[in-house]
Design a protein around this ligand. Structure first.
Ligand code: KIV
Ligand code: ZN
Length: 515
């Protein structure tokens, strides 16, 4: 049996279907670059027909990524396939992923189509996709609740029509591991041309079983797993990439296969996705949670000091937690700065970009004694944010906050080449700052989320703030980082406003929409 397990990452498509996790084109490209560095085999970059913004994002990823296959999703509809084909055209290797529902409940109530019509449509659309690329994937949506005989017929026909990958989704997160493994085994055994395709599994986490179900499918012959960073995804999420990859790597003895993933990129990718989407990672999350490698009990600590393997089955540094965390300081030079960023996989396009980032680093080093990898990553993210459509920019912020007094913020913003000033009271310094900004911007956006995380430990740490705003059904996430969390909050609010101002780049993708 083939011993390579293909990792198909759908953070940018199914992950983005998490309410509130919408990403801009530039953010998607940033995540795609990290996925490529991680050696993800396939990056599903979006659903091009959903909106012009989605189309542009898939196209931008296809233009940027060269090492991974770039995939666009399409319902089994002509216009979807044509749009996906157009979006992936610049890719060195592009895939079209087309799907149609096969369960009685979906066919009767959503599609209003008979089994024969669904089968016929699947065949036609796989053939159409094959006119654009040799790399076509076919999915039977809601395979978990589909009749097994019908599934076998659809998959056989899709392979005959030219699908190279057959994906079996548990769309609603209904299965349990033993049944899911059994289903994969039965399909591979019963579909007569099953050896002409790679079998793939795509599980949702409604019962908390997405990873377990995916692994059961792997044990029964699946050689592609569809997953997302941090398990982000529709409702309770998708199977988490980091858990799948590390389970297979750590228990190769059981799985008899492995991935190409560079696991040291896992923690940076997790941080970036969490930062961009504003979805924090719970501390006890396997692999990427802050406590995943922390030993609290004395007995465990003693054991680990004597021999690490007594209590650790994986090494923290193998998944990207840096052992030597203090990296640079005030006296570090430009070369050390460039070298450390290079080690983190961040390179500058021009000397000018490097110089600008280095100046920011020096400013930060003046405020903060020790600079960690996480600070460097935040610094580069900040620089990227500033390049994105800056309509409003923070010039200065003064906040008076005193026991027994109402906090008051005075703010100056650069707006379209000029400067505007305003002031407001609030229930706290952050509230006052946001109100002062709104006096200038008058956005009438609704604040859905405000969160602050310390990037590293210690009270001199930078605070990383996410602000989620909604207006007219559109949701955006703004980010800001600073050693002063009120300033970080103002920056995050302005970043969100700058995104809201850009004409609706995308609407929320509607994968389940009838054909
Ligand atoms: O969950 C699902 O069925 C999907 C398909 C589009 C593969 O995301
Ligand atoms: Zn899905």
């Amino acid at each position: 049996m083939n011993d390579q397990l293909i990792i198909f990452d759908t953070t940018l498509r199914d992950g983005e279907q998490s309410p509130g996790a919408s990403m801009t084109r530039d953010e998607k490209v940033r995540i795609a670059k990290v996925l490529e560095r991680m050696r993800v085999d396939v990056i599903e970059a979006g659903f091009p027909v959903a909106s012009p913004g989605d189309f542009e994002a898939v196209k931008a990823v296809a233009e940027t990524v060269t090492e991974s296959i770039v995939c666009g999703l399409a319902r089994a509809v002509e216009k979807d396939i044509d749009r996906a084909a157009e979006a992936i055209k610049p890719a060195k290797r592009g895939r079209i992923h087309t799907f149609i529902a096969t369960s009685p409940i979906h066919m009767e109530h959503k599609l209003r189509m008979t089994e024969d019509a669904v089968l016929e449509r699947a065949v036609q659309m796989v053939r159409r996709a094959r006119q654009y690329t040799d790399d076509v994937e076919f999915s039977a949506e809601d395979a978990v609740r589909s009749d097994i005989d019908f599934l076998c017929r659809v998959f056989e026909a899709a392979i005959d029509a030219g699908a190279r990958t057959i994906n079996v989704p548990d769309t609603v997160g209904y299965s349990i591991p033993q049944m899911w493994g059994e289903r994969m085994k039965t399909l591979i055994e019963r579909v007569p041309n099953s050896d002409k395709a790679i079998w793939s599994t795509h599980c949702h986490n409604d019962l908390g079983l997405a990873v377990a179900n995916s692994l059961a499918a792997v044990l029964n012959g699946a050689r592609q797993v569809e997953c997302t960073i941090n398990g982000l995804g529709e409702r309770a999420g998708n199977a988490s990439l980091e858990e799948i990859v590390m389970a297979v790597r750590t228990r190769r003895d059981v799985f008899q296969c492995d991935t190409r993933i560079d696991t040291t990129q896992i923690v940076p990718a997790s941080r970036l996705v969490s930062n961009i989407t504003g979805f924090p990672v719970q501390p006890n999350k396997a692999i990427v949670g802050a406590n995943a490698f922390a030993h609290e009990s004395g007995i465990h600590q003693d054991g680990v000091i004597k021999k690490r393997e007594t209590y650790e089955i994986m090494r923290a540094e193998d998944v990207g937690w840096s052992a030597n965390r203090m990296v640079l300081g005030k006296h570090s030079g430009r070369n050390a700065f460039r070298q450390r960023l290079k080690e983190l996989g961040i390179e500058f396009r021009t000397e000018q970009d490097l110089n600008t980032a280095f100046e920011r680093f020096k400013d930060l080093a003046d405020k903060k004694h020790e600079i960690f990898d996480e600070d460097l990553q935040a610094l580069v993210t900040e620089a990227d944010l500033e390049q994105e459509n800056e309509h409003y920019r923070l010039v200065s912020l003064k906040v008076c906050s005193q026991t027994g007094e109402v906090p008051y913020a005075t703010i100056t913003l650069a707006v379209n080449g000029g400067e505007k000033q305003s002031g407001a009271e609030g229930s706290g310094p952050v509230d006052a700052s946001f109100k002062a900004i709104e006096r200038i911007a008058g956005s009438r956006g609704t604040l859905l989320l405000y969160s602050v995380n310390n990037i590293t430990s210690g009270t001199d740490s930078q605070g990383e703030v996410t602000v989620r705003l909604e207006k007219g059904g559109r949701i955006v996430n703004g980010h800001g980082a600073d050693t002063d969390i009120v300033i970080a909050s103002a920056k995050a609010y302005l970043n969100a406003l700058n995104k809201l101002i850009v004409p609706a780049e995308r609407t929320h993708p509607q994968v389940g929409q009838p054909i």
